[in-house]
Design a protein. Structure first.
Length: 150
């Protein structure tokens, strides 16, 4: 399955570079240049990952994280910033960012972070599904499909 990634950055050069790197790795990529476009795009299409610039023209990236989580709660959200600071990192963590990477970044480091976070989300989902199946087996309500045949 091809993972889909939304790049949210007001810098066209950064969008193009990230898009090129990710498409070369086989990812499906969409790009937008502001928070409102990101929200509209996430309302229409599902994404596995969002790369969110912290300084967007219409909204702070940390505020956008909260809105994106409401629309697509299972999406991996990574803050990408050219302005790394303790304050930005804390805000990103408080808004449940899954990752934080500073510009300029090593493309291999970013790709590894994306692979790792997608795998973690997939494992969480598979574990949850396994627990649901186990509860069906161990719960008499689910066990007896025909209660008239005790």
């Amino acid at each position: 399955m091809i993972a889909s990634i939304l790049i949210i950055d007001d810098d066209a050069g950064v969008r193009d570079m990230l898009s090129s790197i990710l498409e070369d790795e086989g990812y499906s990529v969409e790009t937008v240049d502001n928070g409102q476009q990101a929200i509209k795009t996430c309302e229409k299409l599902p994404f596995d990952v969002a790369l969110v610039d912290i300084n967007l023209p219409d909204i702070k990236g940390t505020e956008l994280l909260h809105k994106l989580k409401q629309i697509q709660p299972k999406m991996v959200k990574i803050i990408v910033t050219g302005h790394p600071s303790i304050e930005n990192a804390v805000k990103a963590l408080n808004e449940k960012s899954d990752g934080f990477i500073s510009k300029p970044f090593d493309p291999q480091e970013l790709l590894e972070m994306i692979r790792k976070l997608i795998a973690e989300k997939k494992n969480e989902y598979l574990q949850m599904m396994s627990e649901v199946e186990n509860s069906k087996k161990n719960n008499p309500v689910f066990k007896y499909q025909q209660p008239d045949r005790w």
